[in-house]
Design a protein around this ligand. Structure first.
Ligand code: ZN
Length: 326
């Protein structure tokens, strides 16, 4: 029998948990799952935010935005430089690491009929070519959990749909030694999640609380139009309590000064009221390679690493100490 102390040493030597949050544009990490990533980072989880495109086709959406000195927003290169600055500040606010995949923003096509996507943009890159840098990053960073968007993209921006596609491909293929040769040692992530920032439950809770407090709610029309269009609701399986990190999320949002109006929609709900009625960030579990505890109907997971912590404790992260069954 090994002395207890040796087993404890093995436990403290275990690799930390790792979370990879894949997003389409700089600023998406601040509006989807931001507080949860800040919370996990603060808890000692290694968090890597990955941004697929440079966001260089985003317009200035904040009327009070002033360009940082020496910058311009006329060319794609100019916009890319501004958005890189903003992204660095956002990552700092969330306390996370950050990586770019380096693809070019597709822009949101508008009009009827829709115009074709611009040549060379992320939305037009064939799936394997678009997935390769993410597979490489998964094999380097070795995340246990990956978050991305649902197959519809969450909203019909071609980069958001493509973000889902490359994430699902990387989740499926990164562990397969036959796939994507030359991009590093295979690594199999254990869980895949979709971000859900604006479920109807959340909109209704915020709307009702604001109305009850005598405040003007910006959500009434939105709720009505979503009801009218009968958009099927995706399932939220997981609620991460993250109210303590809403201030980090807000700082990350403000970091994207060209995109986010500090007087706008994202800041409409007073934070104490929000923390009271909706202290969570929402996710949908898409796939798990680890066994999960049964959930009663209506019951939610409260941790992206549910089942992962248990599996790693059991296996010693592939390096089981002697005497502990793998
Ligand atoms: Zn986006």
């Amino acid at each position: 029998m090994r002395p207890v102390q040796e087993v404890q040493v093995s436990t403290t030597e275990r690799e930390p948990l790792r979370l990879m949050a894949v997003h389409a544009h700089p600023d998406d990490e601040a509006s989807k799952g931001a507080a949860a990533t800040a919370k996990y980072a603060a808890d000692g989880v290694e968090v890597l935010v990955v941004t697929c495109t440079g966001g260089e086709r985003g317009d200035i959406l904040n009327p009070s935005f002033t360009l940082p000195e020496g910058h311009e927003f006329e060319t794609l290169e100019g916009r890319l430089a501004v958005r890189r600055l903003e992204m660095a500040r956002s990552a700092e606010a969330l306390g996370v690491r950050h990586a770019w995949l380096g693809f070019v923003d597709s822009g949101l096509p508008e009009g009827d009929p829709l115009p074709p996507l611009p040549e060379g943009c992320f939305g037009l890159v064939p799936l394997e070519e678009a997935s390769e840098p993410l597979v490489k990053l998964v094999r380097e960073f070795r995340p246990h959990v990956i978050t991305t968007y649902d197959p519809s993209g969450g909203y019909p921006h071609p980069d958001h749909i493509k973000c889902h596609d490359v994430s699902a491909e990387a989740f499926a293929a990164a562990g397969d030694p036959e796939r994507y040769p030359g991009t590093g040692e295979p690594w199999e992530p254990l869980k895949l999640y979709y971000n859900h920032g604006f479920s109807m439950d959340r909109l209704r809770a915020a709307h009702e609380a604001m109305t009850a407090a005598g405040l003007e709610s910006p959500f009434g029309d939105w709720i009505e139009s979503r009801d009218a269009r009968e958009i099927p609701e995706r399932q939220v399986t997981t609620l991460i309590p993250a109210a303590e990190y809403f201030a980090h999320r807000d700082e990350a949002l403000r970091a994207h000064a060209s995109q986010i109006d500090p007087q706008g929609f994202f800041f409409a709900v007073p934070r104490d009221l929000e923390a009271d009625v909706w202290p969570w960030e929402e996710y949908e579990l898409a796939e798990s390679r680890v066994p999960l505890p049964e959930r009663a109907p209506g019951e939610h997971e409260d941790d992206l690493f549910t089942g992962v912590r248990e599996a790693l404790a059991h296996q010693g992260d592939g390096r089981a100490p002697a005497g502990v069954p793998a």
